[in-house]
Design a protein around this ligand. Structure first.
Ligand SMILES: Cc1ncc(C[n+]2csc(CCOP(=O)(O)OP(=O)(O)O)c2C)c(N)n1
Ligand SMILES: [Mg+2]
Length: 344
């Protein structure tokens, strides 16, 4: 796991409430995402499998989604993503029930059961998916940022993609235009160091992925994507830059995915030692320890959160399982959105 030029800017979040309520909320959200993903894994793999299709879990990368949510301005901002999208949707406020129902392909799901794991959307909060084509979302994110600029909304578009996606041609087109036109977009590479079974070093001629943005005349840096406070600080800076009209930034959030690429992955491309070492930097454990050091949380509080998120996810699974499948006539509906809700 090469993490070159890593900027470790852990700092105390000065804006947070002194009683730690905000911090506990963030820890809770990371724990909810983890629980949701682990339950999804169980539902996918157990006999009588209720979840089908492609499914990519976010376990290990939670600090990035929760860091974005900490500074995201609902009603103004957009978030666009690849297919590893459950965590971001939950962090932006999607309830576990419609999220799990979407996994089960039920009509009560966030995409009415027609999108599945890779196509979580929640248009009313600017969550514009959930995209299965690697790198396809990068220019779409620039388009959303263009609309923020054109309408002077003050919004920014958080555009997320993986380390594998930066080798797609769309990356070049999107970064160039965004910088040339100074669009309010934050490019966030979720660098889990693997694209399916291919390590970054085997796919990128320049393994320091921050260097990839050198030719686009925009701020670019590596950040510790497992440290929630660092993610928040770095994103705050990038968002202020964009909201001031100074254009895009490019952040490489270095992290690690704990599970396989998708559900059928024997993970022969990595050693047990590598995976175990990565677990030592589990973003949830790191943040929990950080809150303990600051005496903002104790055993009882952590246990209470664990119990709560378990109950939320159990309820979501029951809800999903008892929800109906979409009717056949639903098949051709929602294919084209004539008007996007935020454009009203
Ligand atoms: C255009 C395109 N090519 C290939 C694929 C198959 N594919 C799905 S995921 C993936 C790896 C992408 O890895 P990365 O961008 O690092 O994201 P991660 O899965 O690590 O989050 C590939 C090659 C695809 N979905 N789209
Ligand atoms: Mg990757």
């Amino acid at each position: 796991m090469a993490v070159a030029n890593e900027v470790q800017k852990r700092s105390v979040n000065k804006k947070s409430a002194s009683d730690g309520q905000l911090e506990r909320k963030r820890l809770r959200m990371m724990m909810l995402i983890r629980r949701f993903e682990e339950r999804t894994y169980q539902e996918y793999t157990k006999p009588g499998q209720r979840i089908g299709g492609f499914c990519h879990l976010y376990s290990g990368q939670e600090a990035i989604a929760v860091g974005i949510a900490a500074i995201y301005q609902k009603g103004k901002d957009y978030l666009i993503n690849g297919y590893r999208d459950h965590g971001h949707s939950l962090a932006l406020g999607m309830k576990a029930r419609p999220a799990m129902a979407e996994m089960f392909g039920r009509s009560t799901g966030c995409s009415k059961g027609k999108g599945g794991s890779m196509h979580f959307f929640q248009a009313e909060v600017g969550n514009i998916g959930g995209h299965g084509i690697v790198g396809g979302q990068i220019p779409l994110g620039v388009g959303a940022a263009f609309s923020c600029w054109y309408k002077k909304t003050g919004g920014v578009c958080f555009t997320l993609f993986g380390d594998g996606a930066i080798n797609q041609g769309t990356f070049n087109e999107a970064l160039n235009l965004a910088s040339l036109w100074k669009l309010p977009v934050i490019f966030i590479v979720e660098n889990n160091h693997m694209a399916m079974g291919t390590q970054v070093e085997r796919a990128s001629a320049e393994p320091d992925l921050a260097q990839r943005a050198c030719g686009y005349n925009m701020p670019h840096r590596n950040i510790d994507g497992n440290d929630l406070d660092t993610v928040i600080d770095e994103l705050t800076e990038a968002a202020e830059h964009a909201r001031r009209g100074e254009g895009p930034s490019y952040l490489v959030a270095n992290t690690y995915r704990f599970r396989g690429h998708s559900m059928s992955d024997a993970m022969k491309y990595r050693t047990r030692e590598e995976a175990e070492k990565a677990r030592l930097r589990d973003p949830i454990t790191l943040y929990e320890q950080h809150l303990r050091d600051r005496e903002l949380i104790d055993d009882a509080a952590v246990e209470a959160i664990e119990t709560e998120v378990r109950a939320i996810v159990d309820d979501a699974a029951q809800f999903a399982d008892s929800s109906p499948h979409p009717e056949l006539e639903e098949m051709y509906k929602d294919v084209l959105a004539e008007q996007y809700p935020l454009q009203k």
